[in-house]
Design a protein around this ligand. Sequence first.
Ligand code: CO
Length: 133
Amino acid sequence: MILTEIDHVAIAVNDLEAAIAYYEQAFGATVTHREVVESDGVEEALLAVAESYVQLLTPTRPDSPVAKAIEKRGEGLHHIGYRVDDCAAALESMVAAGARAIDAAPRPGSRGTTVAFIHPKGSFGTLIELVQE
Ligand code: CO
C-alpha cells in the first residue's frame, strides 16, 4: 500500500472567510495553516482533523482551475489529497495502473510539500493529489 494517510480533503468555496467561520463555529475547528499558492491561483486554509486536514480552497483569479471548477459544478468537494512517502514512485505506479497524470512529474505544493495531480477521468471521477511531506 503506497498511501500512508489521507492528507487532506479539499473543498472549493467562494468566500474563504465565511467558510472558515462556519467550520470554526460548527466544529470548533481552528486554522493551522494559510497560504496563497499563486502558481495554482488559490488561497487555502487548513483545519487539522487528527493527522489529516480539511483544506478550504478559494480561487485568487478567474482563470484558476478552482474558479473553473466552481463555475462548472458549484462549491463543494474538489479533490482528495493522499499522503505518500515518495511522490514520484507513487505517480509512476498510478500511471502504470492506467491513471491519467495531470502533472507529468512531481512539483512543489503548499506547506513545502511535493505533489502531483491525477485526472478524475481514469480515476472513477475523483481528482486525486499525491502529497509527499
Ligand atoms: Co490539495
